[in-house]
Ligand binder design. Structure first.
Ligand code: PGA
Length: 245
């Protein structure tokens, strides 16, 4: 549990240079009590103003340093474009691009090696949720990262995103999310009590201006990873304001 909340935007394959301009304009007066991170498509990173009160991130990186990997982007390329963070293992990458825990771990290591902060996305599918396997799934996803390199969890942000809540309008309830966040912190604490005390655990899945306050009031919810609502500058600003101390 850390003092300042982190609100992260995941634009997915949406946005435009025009949206960068309106978002940058909207975010000129961010409150100081909140940290904000924008993850637009990587081609848009270069268009954000240098003088800004928020950080930038990519939505994916290659697990390789450089070379003959047509269509891929390395950590160094996205750092040059202005990113300090990268989303790793988003459920859409796991589902549509066959990202396994092994690949997720390789990308985590690559990110940390390059000096990027990974935002590790974990969460259960609807079927796993219905079969009450949430804790089992999350424990396995975290254990893979710890096994790959124990320090990775110390250097990461975690985003708990139940897959059934992403883009569906059906957010987890604050109580459901809090219970899983507490479980995640406990799991991390079993590995490393320092990491458990400092790691930020974001909730993601249909977060909007109307439901965010109740989520942020929970002890183990340190912020949000926002998809759809992060494409609406005024609403995204409202979410950021709701998260300030
Ligand atoms: P959503 O997406 O807010 O549109 O549900 C969240 C995410 O996928 O990161």
């Amino acid at each position: 549990m850390t003092a300042k909340k982190l609100i992260a935007a995941n634009w997915k394959m949406n946005g435009s240079k025009a949206l960068v301009d309106t978002m940058a304009q909207q975010l000129t007066n961010l409150p100081s009590g909140v940290d904000v991170l924008l993850c637009p498509p990587a081609t848009l990173l270069q268009y954000f103003p240098a003088n800004r009160q928020y950080a930038l991130g990519a939505q994916n990186i290659s697990e390789h340093d450089a070379g003959a990997y047509t269509g891929e982007l390395s950590s160094n390329l996205i750092i040059e474009a202005g990113a300090n963070f990268v989303l790793i293992g988003h459920s859409e990458r796991r589902q549509y691009f066959a990202e396994t825990d092994t690949l997720v771990c390789a990308k985590m290591q690559q990110a940390v090696k390059a000096g990027l902060t990974p935002v590790l996305c974990i969460g259960e599918t609807l079927a796993e949720h219905q079969q009450q396997k949430t804790q089992q799934v999350i424990a396995k996803q975290l254990a893979a990262v710890y096994a790959a390199q124990p320090e990775l969890l110390l250097k990461s942000v975690i985003a708990y995103e139940p897959v059934w809540a992403i883009g569906t309008g059906e957010s987890a309830t604050p109580e459901q999310a809090q219970a899983i966040h507490a479980f995640i912190r406990q799991q991390i604490s079993d590995y490393n009590s320092v990491a458990a005390a400092t790691v930020k655990i974001l909730y993601g899945g249909s977060v909007n201006a109307a439901n965010c306050r109740a989520l942020f009031a929970k002890a183990d919810i340190d912020g949000a990873l926002v998809g759809g609502a992060s494409l609406k500058p005024a609403e995204f600003m409202q979410i950021c304001q709701s998260a300030k101390d």
